[in-house]
Unconditional design. Structure first.
Length: 400
């Protein structure tokens, strides 16, 4: 014989189950939603404020880049770049804090819903011990019996819905944890970049002893190269401004390229940029990469990438010369993007076919993802970067 529930007769079982389900929704869902909105506003406001700081640093970088080549302007440019990198680090920290909070909230939601599930399942188990005949016998009339059956079905439906919510929350949790890992990786890259920039500043001060005369002597004979490097970067900045800006996806140093034995293995210390303007020393002792390109320059990287992808090493000189050596193409993955900037130009490797951007300044525009070296995006010249750019950013696309 099946046992009846021990629930007091004064509180109908189905009514009690309904109250449990309602209380779960009231206690669990509403406060968490309110808390989540407060935290989202708090973190988003911080990120927006820091993004505005970055915009100011970028504008200041453009202004400083146009100044005369002096020790003071070089130090100011380095200080500005360091401030922008530090701000990006601060943004990553806020994103990390936000994700940690969201993970904690999601875990609490999962626990609360699991506790609720346990309660509903336990009550349903007791309820299932009551046969339809027993339920009919305990009902005042047929209408009361039908109401009980309907409530039992409703609670089962709520049980199914809550289980689905727990599964969705677990998926969200996994996504957030993956985002945290990415932010931490980006944070490490940014800190390495900042350290490199601080090292560049210290080197400059050591070599010039903080004196203008020392700086001018150091860059004597390189004024034309410095002017050209500045002209190209100014053109890149202007093109970005006219096509919606850029979205930085990754940055720092590309290990495979930097340690490629065909280049004589170089890095920031043995193949530095001269105070952010042009390559020096290099694998051949004269700023070159032993392949006919300037060390850590855009053309050097794209030539290396062509060899990696196509199996041959081109010797095409300046970046803008790449156009005449390739076949005109629509922008698509595996092509070379060329900008006719200054006397030398700029090239990048196209990583994706065109797509519609879903975030940032370029949201809603048709964009491509490119990888490149020596686009001064704030971390300084001579750095690797992956960027989302408008398809209209470049003048030409060529298949090689």
């Amino acid at each position: 014989m099946k046992l009846r529930t021990t629930t007091p007769a004064s509180i109908p079982l189905v009514a009690r189950l309904t109250l449990v389900a309602v209380s779960i929704l009231v206690v669990v869902a509403i406060p968490i939603q309110m808390t989540q909105k407060v935290f989202a506003d708090q973190y988003d406001d911080k990120i927006n404020a820091l993004q505005q700081d970055i915009s100011r640093y970028q504008a200041e970088g453009v202004r400083l880049n146009a100044e005369a080549t002096t020790l003071q302007s070089a130090l100011a440019q380095l200080a500005n770049q360091k401030a922008e990198i530090q701000t990006q680090i601060d943004i990553n920290q806020v994103k990390y804090d936000q994700l940690v909070t969201q993970i904690a909230e999601t875990e609490q939601k999962i626990k609360s819903n699991q506790d609720a599930l346990g309660k509903i399942i336990a009550d349903l188990y007791v309820d299932d011990k009551i046969t339809p005949i027993e339920m009919l016998a305990s009902s005042n009339n047929i209408s009361d019996y039908l109401d009980k059956q309907e409530y039992r079905s409703s609670v089962r439906s709520e049980l199914s819905s809550t289980i689905s919510k727990v599964k969705d929350l677990k998926k969200t949790l996994d996504t957030k944890k993956a985002e945290v890992d990415k932010v931490l990786t980006d944070q490490k890259s940014q800190r390495d970049t900042l350290a490199a920039k601080e090292g560049e500043q210290n080197t400059l001060l050591q070599k010039t002893q903080g004196q203008e005369a020392g700086y001018q002597q150091l860059i004597a004979g390189s004024q034309a190269a410095i002017a050209e490097a500045r002209a190209v970067q100014a053109a890149l900045t202007n093109r970005g401004a006219s096509t919606g800006g850029y979205k930085l996806v990754a940055n720092g140093f590309l290990p495979n390229y930097v340690t490629d034995s065909r280049f004589g293995s170089w890095n920031n210390s043995n193949c530095p940029m001269v105070f952010g303007y042009f390559s020096s020393i290099g694998s051949n002792g004269d700023g070159g990469d032993n392949r006919g390109y300037g060390c850590r320059q855009c053309a050097s990287y794209v030539a290396w990438r062509i060899n990696e992808e196509k199996g041959y090493y081109p010797s095409w000189g300046d970046a803008r010369n790449f156009t005449s050596h390739g076949t005109p193409s629509a922008p698509r993955a595996g092509t070379v993007a060329v900008l006719d900037a200054g006397a030398s130009g700029h090239v990048a490797w196209v990583e994706t076919d065109p797509y519609i951007s879903t975030s940032g300044m370029l949201k809603g525009q048709t964009v491509i993802l490119v990888s490149q070296y020596n686009f001064d995006y704030g971390a300084g010249y001579g750095m690797y970067s992956v960027m989302e750019l408008s398809v209209n950013f470049f003048d030409h696309y060529v298949s090689v």
